[in-house]
Design a protein around this ligand. Structure first.
Ligand SMILES: [Zn+2]
Length: 267
């Protein structure tokens, strides 16, 4: 977990706690090659160290094959699925990266009538964004998994990174096709590295584990996050509940947080 994740989770936590909702923790391990149980446990430990709670934990996506298969069947019956034989690289990107821009599919296979027997990738017949539902190797895509999970877990509100804003409408279409009212979406600011890129694993010094090892306390980290998000006027140490009243009083910051705003955390 890095600071960008922690900041987004904090905002979801503030949204839920300020409206007396229930916060669901869900391990989105749809990419089985990259997701390992020890990573999920490290996340839980980081969140506990940061003082961020959750009310229930949903089943991991790796246990949800039957639900995804049933949803795919329903979409097929509605004529909303087509086969696609575009390159493996396209398929990998669709599964791995919830952060890719959507709507990039050129429409190559829409009228090709590839068989829907599992030998080719399957896409949603939604002209604005024919995203992959299932890869040819059987892996479920991130958008299919999250929409089916949100429906089955009664999710009413989603708070996630600004980079996922373009996926809101296509996912709303999928929700409606699966008989669900789309959840309300709110977007959180991205955290950027000195290279101008969104925080990721290559910015290791901003991982919660690295900050802890450097001697940062959770309260000192939250002081800087609260300041960057505009909830306090100084960088004094604080805890998440200190931000609830400011959170309710102003809209969530939308512009990215640059590394210059939180330089001491990068030191
Ligand atoms: Zn194709």
């Amino acid at each position: 977990m890095h600071l960008g994740h922690a900041s987004t989770y904090l905002l979801a936590w503030l949204q839920v706690r300020s409206h007396h909702g229930q916060l669901i923790l869900r391990m989105e391990d749809v990419d089985r090659q990259r997701c390992k149980p020890e990573f999920a446990e490290a996340w839980r430990q980081d969140m506990q160290w940061l003082g961020l709670s959750w009310d229930e934990e949903a089943p991991a996506q790796s246990t949800r094959d039957a639900a995804y298969l049933a949803a795919l069947g329903s979409l097929q019956k509605q004529g909303l699925v087509f086969g696609c034989q575009c390159t493996r690289r396209d398929m990998d990107e669709a599964v791995r990266a919830p952060h890719q821009p959507w709507g990039a599919y050129p429409g190559t296979c829409v009228a090709a009538n590839w068989p829907l027997d599992g030998s080719v990738a399957l896409r949603l017949a939604y002209p604005e964004d024919a995203f992959v539902l299932r890869r040819a190797d059987g892996a479920w895509s991130y958008p299919l998994a999250v929409v089916v999970d949100d429906r089955d877990q009664g999710v009413t509100h989603i708070l996630r990174g600004q980079d996922l804003a373009p996926s809101e409408l296509p996912q709303a279409f999928l929700h409606q096709a699966l008989g669900n009212v789309p959840p309300a979406c709110t977007h959180a600011p991205l955290w950027m590295g000195p290279d101008g890129a969104r925080l990721s694993k290559r910015h290791g010094s901003l991982s919660i584990a690295a900050l802890r090892e450097k001697g940062w306390s959770a309260a000192a980290i939250w002081g800087w996050v609260a300041y960057a998000l505009g909830y306090v006027s100084t960088t004094e140490p604080c805890v998440p509940s200190d931000m609830i009243s400011s959170f309710l009083a102003q809209p969530i910051r939308s512009q990215p947080v640059s590394h210059e705003e939180v330089l001491p955390l990068w030191a």
